[in-house]
Write a protein that binds this ligand. Structure first.
Ligand SMILES: *Cc1c(COP(=O)(O)O)cnc(C)c1O
Length: 462
C-alpha cells in the first residue's frame, strides 16, 4: 500500500480545493460546504483516502481502471517511453513507434472489419471525431445531405458540444441550449423505468421500432448515423432486452445509415467480451473508445474505423481536416500497449467472463430479494439496483436521487464505492476483482440497504 509520507492534513487539501478547484459535474457550493473526499493512493481494487480509510473501488475509478490500480508495469512502460520520446505530433506525415505499435495492437483485438484507429484524448473527443468523420463518409459517398444523427434520450456520449448533443441527458441540454442542429433522439430501451406495461421483449422491439420511425420522419436521405451505447452506463446501467439489438441491427442494415456503437464503457472486457458489440451481436461501422483503453493510467481515446467507412474516405476524402495536438501521444500509447499486454497475458477478458462475472452475477442478483430493491440486473461486470419504496407495486421514492445518494454514502462508509444515478445504484468494478472482494462488495451493499431501510422506517418514510 502506498501511503505517501508527505501528506498534509485533510482539511488543508479541502481548503485549497474549495478555494481554487472547480470540479466537473459538481454543485460547487454544496461540495465546498461539505469538503471533498481526498484520495491519496490506490492498489489493486482498493483506494486509500487521506484519513487512512480503505475503500473498495467498485466503479474502477470512473468505469476505466479495468486492470486494477497500481500496476508498476504500466508506470515503467510510460516512464521508459517518456525518457525516449515524451512528445511528438502525428500530424505532418510523421509517426512514432508507440503510436504505430499501439494502432496495430488495438486493431488486432478489434472486430475483424475494423482495421484503423484515429487517436483522441477522451471519449468526448472520440464522439466529436465520429460526428465529423461520419459526415465526411457520406460526402465521399456522394450523399452530402445525410447529416442527421439519431441518438437516444438518456444516452451518454460525453461532455463536449457535439458529444453532449449526440447524448440525451436532459439536464445537460437544458443548461446550455443544446443539442446542436442535426441531432434527434429516440426513447431508450429502459424496461424497468419505462416499459413495465408490457414484457421486456415486446418493449425492446417497440423501442427499436422507434429508430425506423425516426428514419422515416427525418427522411432516410438525410440520416447520417444512429449512435448508442451497447449498455447505457451513465444513464444507469440500462441493459436492453434481448430483442432490442437484433432489431436495431436489422434496421441499420436495411436502411442506409451508419451504426455507431459507443464502446467507451463496454469496450475492453466490461461485458465479458472484448466489445459490448460482441456481447450483443452488433457489427458497428464506427466504435468510439476510451476509458479501459489505457485503464485510466493516462488519458486517451480513439475511434475504431470499419473498412466500409475507411475505404471511401481514404479514396475520395483527401485530407481529413481534423485532429488533436495530442492525438497518439507517446505516453498514452505506451500505457495502452502495456495495458493490452497485461490483459492478454493475464487473460483478463476471459477471466472476467468465466470467473468474475458469474461469481458477481450470482451474488449481485441475490440483492433482488431485499425489500428496497425493485430490480437487480447485471451483464458481465456492470450492474445496477433499482431502489423502490414499495416492492409490490415498485413505486419509487419521491424526489429521485434522495435515497440513492444516502445509499451511496452508507455504502462508502461501509467501505465500498457505489454510484447513484437517481435512485438506481450502479457498479462497474475492475476486471481483476477477486472472489473475496466480490463478497465484500455485495455484503457491503446489503448492509447499506439494511441500514437505509432501518433509517427510513424510523423516519416513517417506508
Ligand atoms: C465516459 C463516456 C464518454 C465520455 O468520455 P470522456 O473521456 O469523459 O470524455 C463517452 N461515452 C460513454 C459511453 C462514456 O461512458
Amino acid at each position: 500500500m502506498n501511503i505517501a509520507p508527505n501528506l498534509r492534513p485533510t482539511a488543508e487539501y479541502q481548503a485549497m480545493d474549495a478555494a481554487h478547484h472547480w470540479h466537473p459535474f459538481t454543485d460547487t457550493k454544496a461540495l465546498n460546504a461539505k469538503g471533498a473526499r481526498v484520495i491519496t493512493g490506490a492498489e489493486g481494487s482498493w483506494l486509500t483516502d487521506s484519513e487512512g480509510h480503505r475503500i473498495l473501488d467498485s466503479m474502477a475509478g470512473l468505469w476505466c481502471v479495468n486492470i486494477g490500480h497500481g500496476r508498476d508495469r504500466v508506470v515503467d512502460a510510460v516512464a521508459r517511453q517518456m525518457r525516449q520520446l515524451a512528445y511528438y505530433n502525428t500530424f505532418f506525415q510523421t509517426t512514432h513507434p508507440a503510436a504505430a505499435e499501439f494502432a496495430e495492437a488495438l486493431t488486432a483485438v478489434a472486430p475483424a472489419h475494423m482495421n484503423r484507429v484515429f487517436f483522441t484524448n477522451s471519449g468526448s473527443e472520440s464522439n466529436d471525431t465520429v460526428f465529423r468523420l461520419a459526415r465526411v463518409y457520406w460526402d465521399c459517398m456522394g450523399k452530402p445531405n445525410k447529416k442527421v444523427f439519431i441518438g437516444r434520450k438518456n444516452g451518454y456520449h460525453g461532455s463536449t458540444v457535439a458529444a453532449v448533443s449526440l447524448g440525451g441527458m436532459r439536464a445537460m441540454h437544458a443548461q446550455s441550449g443544446l443539442p446542436i442542429e442535426g441531432v434527434t433522439h429516440i426513447n431508450q430501451p429502459y424496461w424497468f423505468g419505462e416499459g413495465r406495461y408490457t414484457d421486456p421483449e415486446t418493449f425492446g422491439r417497440e423501442r427499436a421500432a422507434e429508430l425506423e420511425a425516426a428514419i422515416d420522419m427525418v427522411g432516410e436521405e438525410n440520416v447520417c448515423a444512429f449512435i448508442a451505447e451497447p449498455i447505457q452506463g451513465a444513464g444507469g446501467v440500462i441493459i436492453p432486452p434481448e430483442s432490442y439489438w437484433p432489431e436495431i441491427s436489422r434496421i441499420c442494415r436495411e436502411r442506409e445509415i451508419l451504426l455507431v456503437a459507443d464502446e467507451v464503457i463496454c469496450g475492453f472486457g466490461r461485458t465479458g467480451n472484448w466489445w459490448g458489440s460482441e456481447t450483443f451481436g452488433i457489427t458497428p461501422d464506427l466504435m468510439p473508445i476510451a476509458k479501459g483503453m489505457t485503464s485510466g493510467y493516462v488519458p486517451m481515446g480513439g475511434v475504431l474505423i470499419s473498412d466500409r467507412v475507411a475505404g471511401p474516405v481514404m479514396e475520395k476524402g483527401g485530407e481529413f481536416v481534423h485532429g488533436y495536438t495530442y492525438s497518439g501521444h507517446p505516453a498514452a500509447c505506451a500505457a495502452g500497449l502495456e495495458v493490452l499486454a497485461i490483459m492478454q497475458e493475464e487473460k483478463l477478458v476471459e477471466r472476467a467472463r468465466d470467473v468474475a462475472a458469474p461469481a458477481l452475477e450470482k451474488k449481485w442478483l441475490s440483492l433482488g430479494d431485499h425489500p428496497l430493491v425493485g430490480e437487480a440486473r447485471i451483464k458481465g461486470l456492470v450492474g445496477a439496483l433499482e431502489i423502490v419504496r414499495n416492492k409490490e407495486t415498485l413505486e419509487r421514492f419521491e424526489k429521485p436521487g434522495t435515497v440513492g445518494s444516502r445509499l451511496r454514502d452508507l455504502s462508502i462508509e461501509g467501505g465500498a464505492i457505489m454510484r447513484a444515478v437517481g435512485d438506481t445504484m450502479i457498479i462497474s468494478p475492475p476486471l481483476t476483482i477477486s472472489g473475496e472482494e466480490i463478497d465484500f462488495l455485495v455484503d457491503t451493499a446489503r448492509a447499506a440497504l439494511d441500514r437505509l431501510a432501518d433509517e427510513l422506517t424510523r423516519e416513517g418514510a417506508l
